[in-house]
Design a protein around this ligand. Sequence first.
Ligand code: UGA
Length: 450
Amino acid sequence: MTLNISVIGTGYLGATHAACMAELGFDVIGVDVDPEKIDALSRGELPFHEPGLPELIRKHVDSGRLRFTTDMAEVGAWGDVHFIAVGTPQQQGGTGADLTFVDAATTSLARAITKDGALIVGKSTVPVGTAARLYDLVQAEKNPDLTVSLAWNPEFLREGFAVEDTLRPDRLVVGTRKPEDEATLREVYAEALERETPWISTDFETAELVKVAANAFLATKISFINAFSEVTETVGGDITTLADAIGFDTRIGRKFLNAGVGFGGGCLPKDIRALQTRVSELGLDHTMRFLDEMDQINLRRRERVVSLAEQILGDLNGKKVAVLGITFKPLSDDVRDSPGLDVAARLFNSGADVAVYDPEGNANAAKRFPRLGYADSLTSAATDADLVVLTTEWNEFKQLTPQALEGLVARRQFIDARNVLSAREWEQAGWTFAQLGRHFSQPQSSAASA
Ligand code: UGA
């Protein structure tokens, strides 16, 4: 008999996990407290952009293996394995993780379970110690006549590649207290195990820490190369060549060494802050202090883009600036803690007339920052611009040539804040062209109109 699987929370993580579990052959129910989201998902519509996911959801809504509900009682009576995939955002006015949703979902689920032997599996990113606390919470809230257990199974999917990462993970980490819980999870992930996906069976604390350690390491890698950007901007040198050269050392590796305007999104920034906060609570005030430095290096990259704009334009007041890319990275419509949106807002607050264009992110950005100008194409954003700033490396922008903007912009002035274009090509075409990690001095002729 196959396991009935429920997934509590239908955001990026939960919706993807639910659809992928159905793809693996399980019967799945996705649960959310938001009835609008549930209605949309039941029609096979996704409230956010994730390549391949709407198709997978529609496929399994149609096949009957995937359905969505707001009814926890239904799920508690039906499910054998319940994944908790709700958000753990940064606390309002604080740096720790807000566990309200995890606590509420776990409590209501534990109370709703009527099936003996059910297993609750935490997937959300949480501060170390949360799983142990939730284990006790479940024992206190569940029906005393039933056995209900809890395991921790962090998720490492990347937005933009969520389906691929979930169906073909590079490793599976499970924190359990009982061998039978690990056995249940081996059944859930049987297909990945057949492919010899590394299986790391451990305790709650290690499982929780693996997730935050991975994100802290990735954030550190990005800020490490961006710190060298500050050096090469001062003394000269080529940051991309530097990254390539150290990346050939397989102990270092080239991935996540792309210098630019830095990291954003719903995970890396809040996870490094939550980790520092948690270790301070544990009395280890100094242990993760370097992460604060990583955060500061990252935020200084955004200031650097604004100061380059000022260097090129002088007073920003009334200057037309086109900002290309407003999502925190390509292949996503997510603008949470987005470097591009932050840069656009800073330019706007300094008096610039900002026109933003993003292939997927305009609508979400407009909800957060309605006062920016939103263009429906690259050419419309760049028309009459005194400066064009590339902040997210969508393919459409990576393929941009000086010729495509010729006759469109008011001045040939460009900041490539992701280091994806060829400086030589743009400079040869007569553009004032700045990148991050590259020494920049204003050419004499930069005031020339296009
Ligand atoms: C990140 C992790 O990569 C996932 O493994 C993890 O599961 C996820 O967080 C999570 O905790 O849920 P994601 O937020 O989708 O995934 O984004 P990344 O691909 O990690 O990119 C984060 C940011 O770093 C982006 O703003 C990106 O532009 C920036 N970045 C990335 C750089 O500035 N340079 C690089 O070399 C790489």
